[in-house]
Design a protein around this ligand. Structure first.
Ligand code: GMT
Length: 379
């Protein structure tokens, strides 16, 4: 099949997943066309059958906010015509699902029936999409899609509730991981550089937005460090980094934190970690937690949202209420001071990731959905 993929190219789970999906689909013989404003950050080399079409937005003095959605729509229309696309797959509803719907209408007038699949990733539903400025267009564009997926049951249910569309058929297609890329192994994981004194490595990777509660990462680490010689490795960057740095100084742990900033590839660092922290306000899935599990790293984070479908509490990690930093610290100490328990959690984490979330299991679910939609009636 010939598939267009629209996504955010920036550091974030939805763009990462969309890119990995495109790479996997191309490897399976499909023709893949990425349509976005910059090279997706995980698209770092050539892949046969995979193409990138940059969306350029002209600047004009009248524009306070350059209309990216319109330029995206035009590029979608253009690529769909030039390459006779079967499917346009919008990752993250805003603005990709809306743009895909308009492009579809433009193509229908030319007797071309482009089918649209929208994958809901998280904040498009739980945060941004619920803003009054976006609610109605998000609901409309999701309902008008020929197929809709969500990365977790939590997100499917939250979509039905928040957008009053409980009759909408939303398929749950979880995120996936390539277990050949994310795997245990400390041979070349830069352990010495990160923990010169042999300390335990606690890791957190995110875009440092408010929803990630990185201040709770610092507080949890401070609790762990009181009991365990350890270092906190921060990967990524974003608006909450300064506050996290200030808090670390106030708690006296700044000298034990390593800020590595944004990195395109984290697999070789993840396999270095002894523990991964993800104490978010809510996560629709927690792709980075899955990547940690596949690397044999237990995860401590927050329950009550999609992460609970990824981490098995008491088996591959521990889940606690949002803000419960003392409980998260205690769980971290329990794992880091008991080598047998840690090894058991690490083995279970690896097994769970491979058996439930490997690419070879999940990618065919997208292929089947594409085929079902192409065989189905035009909307
Ligand atoms: O993690 C982020 O905040 C980025 C965000 C995004 O939209 O790119 O990630 C969302 O999509 C990921 C891939 O499906 C999920 O693993 C994340 O849980 C989800 N983020 C949230 O729900 C906060």
């Amino acid at each position: 099949m010939k598939i267009g993929i629209a996504c955010y190219p920036t550091y974030g789970g939805s763009g990462a997943l969309a890119t990995e999906l495109g790479i996997e689909l191309a490897a399976r013989g499909h023709e893949i066309h990425f349509i976005t404003y910059a090279q997706p950050f995980r698209l770092t080399s050539f892949h046969e059958g995979l193409f990138f079409h940059e969306v350029e937005v002209p600047h004009y003095p009248l524009f306070e906010y350059p209309p990216y959605s319109l330029a995206l729509t035009v590029r979608m229309h253009e690529v769909a015509r030039q390459h006779d696309l079967d499917i346009m797959h919008a990752h993250y509803a805003i603005p990709h699902a809306e743009a895909a719907w308009v492009a579809k209408q433009m193509l229908l007038r030319e007797d071309r029936d482009l089918r649209v699949v929208t994958t809901l990733h998280g904040t498009d539903i739980t945060l941004v999409g619920q803003d009054p400025s976006f609610w109605s267009i998000t609901r409309f564009s999701v309902e008008q899609s020929d197929g809709v997926t969500a990365v977790s049951e939590y997100l499917r249910d939250e979509t039905h509730r928040a957008f009053e569309c409980d009759k909408l058929d939303i398929r749950v297609v979880p995120n996936f991981v390539d277990p050949e890329i994310y795997k245990p192994g400390r041979d070349d994981c830069h352990l010495r550089a990160l923990a010169p004194g042999g300390e335990k490595i606690v890791m957190h990777i995110s875009n440092f937005r408010k929803v990630k509660r990185v201040d709770d990462v610092v507080r949890t680490f401070a609790g762990i460090r009181r009991e365990v010689a350890s270092r906190l490795v921060f990967i990524g960057d974003g608006p909450e980094r300064a506050a996290a740095t200030e808090l670390a100084g106030n708690l006296g742990v700044l000298e034990d934190i390593v800020f590595l900033g944004k990195l395109e590839s984290v697999a070789e660092l993840l396999s270095c970690a002894d523990l991964f922290l993800l104490p978010s306000e809510q996560e629709s899935f927690g792709l980075v937690a899955l990547e940690a599990l596949a690397s044999g790293v237990p995860v401590v984070g927050t329950g009550g949202s999609g992460l609970a479908e990824v981490v098995d509490h008491g088996v591959t990690g521990f889940l606690h209420p949002v803000g419960a930093v003392d409980e998260m610290a205690d769980s971290g100490v329990r794992l880091l001071t008991d080598p047998d328990r840690w090894a058991s959690f690490g083995r279970a984490a690896r097994s769970a990731a491979v058996e439930r979330y490997s690419a070879e299991l999940i990618v065919p679910m997208y292929e089947s959905l594409y085929e079902e939609i192409l065989d189905g009636p035009a909307r």
